[in-house]
Design a binder for this molecule. Structure first.
Ligand code: PXL
Length: 281
C-alpha cells in the first residue's frame, strides 16, 4: 500500500490575495502530495492590502491541540510538517507539541519562518513572536527565509544583507547552524536582471545558487509559492539544488504570466493555469 506523501500544513487561510494555504494546497496537490490543513488563523485577506487593519482576523489557536489529538487518535502519520504564517506566539508551543507527536525519523520538517518582508516585520508579528519563531526554526530540517527573515534569525540589521556572493554564502552557512539544517534563502540577486535563491544543503555541506530571470515586479505570496514547490520537489526525491531550481523557474514563470495578464499585484500571482507544469508526466 502506497499513499501520496502526506503534509501537515500549519498556515493561515487568507480568503483573498493568493498566499499561504490557498497557494500551498493546490501546489502540493499538483505535485502529488496530500495536504492536511491545520489553520493558524482565518483572515479576510492577506495583510499587504492597504488599510490592513480592516482585514478580519480569527485566531484559530484554540482548534490546534484538539485537531492534533484527533489526528493522533486516527493514527495519521506525516511525511512532512510545513509551517508558515502564524497567528500568535502561543501557537509555537503547540507546533513543538505537534513535532513531539508526529515527527518520525523520516518526517521532513520545513519551517518557513514567515515574519516580514522589505526589512520590516508584518503588522501582527511582535518581537516575542519573532524570537520564538527563531526557536521553532532551530528545530527544522529545512528553512526558507527571505532576506528580512534571515536578518531577524541572525540578529543582524536588514541593511547589512551582503551584496556579494561570498557574503551571501557566509550568511547561508550561519543560517545552517553549523550544518544542522538546510537553508533556502529566497529573493537573492547576484547580478542585475537575475533573481532566485541561495541554498545550503546539509546533506552535502555545500552552498549554491538557483537563479532565474528577474521580472519587473514583486508580488505577495511568492515566498509561499517558492517554499511549497521546494517541499513538493523534495518529497518527490529531488535534491535541494534541483528543488530550488524548480521553484525559481516556476515562480518566475507565474510572475511573467501574471504581468502579461495585467492583474493587480496585490491579488498575487496567477499560478492556477500553470499548475500543470508541476505535475509529473
Ligand atoms: O505570504 C506570507 C503571508 C501569509 N499570510 C498572511 C500574510 C502574508 C504576507 O503578507 O499577510 C496573512
Amino acid at each position: 500500500m502506497a499513499h501520496a506523501p502526506r503534509i501537515a500544513a500549519i498556515q493561515d487561510i487568507s480568503g483573498f490575495g493568493r498566499c499561504s494555504m490557498t497557494v500551498i494546497l493546490p501546489v502540493l496537490a499538483a505535485m502529488g502530495g496530500q495536504c492536511c490543513p491545520l489553520p493558524t488563523a482565518y483572515l479576510s485577506a492577506h495583510t499587504a492590502f492597504p488599510a490592513s487593519e480592516k482585514a478580519t482576523f480569527l485566531d484559530m489557536t484554540g482548534q490546534m491541540a484538539g485537531t492534533a489529538a484527533h489526528w493522533a487518535e486516527l493514527g495519521v502519520t506525516f511525511d512532512a510538517v510545513y509551517s508558515g504564517f502564524l497567528g500568535s506566539a502561543g501557537q509555537i508551543a503547540l507546533i513543538e507539541d505537534f513535532y513531539r507527536q508526529f515527527r518520525g525519523a523520516e518526517t521532513l520538517v520545513l519551517v518557513d519562518p514567515v515574519m516580514g518582508d522589505h526589512g520590516k516585520p508584518y503588522r501582527t508579528y511582535t518581537p516575542d513572536m519573532c524570537r520564538r519563531m527563531g526557536q521553532l526554526a532551530a528545530q527544522a530540517d529545512v528553512i526558507t527565509p527571505n532576506q528580512t527573515e534571515a536578518a531577524l534569525l541572525l540578529g543582524e540589521e536588514y541593511e547589512r544583507f551582503p551584496g556579494d556572493e561570498q557574503g551571501i554564502r557566509s550568511w547561508l552557512e550561519r543560517l545552517s547552524m553549523d550544518g544542522k539544517r538546510s537553508v533556502v534563502l529566497t529573493g537573492v540577486s547576484l547580478e542585475p536582471g537575475q533573481i532566485g535563491a541561495g541554498y545550503f544543503d546539509r546533506s552535502t555541506g555545500r552552498t549554491g545558487f538557483a537563479m532565474s530571470h528577474q521580472e519587473p515586479a514583486q508580488f505577495p505570496g511568492t515566498g509561499d509559492l517558492f517554499a511549497s514547490v521546494v517541499l513538493g520537489a523534495l518529497l518527490r526525491g529531488e535534491s535541494l539544488e534541483q528543488a530550488t531550481q524548480s521553484a525559481a523557474g516556476f515562480v518566475q514563470h507565474c510572475v511573467a504570466h501574471t504581468l502579461a495578464e495585467g492583474t493587480s499585484i496585490l491579488e498575487g500571482v496567477q499560478f492556477e493555469p500553470l499548475l500543470g507544469e508541476l505535475m509529473r508526466a
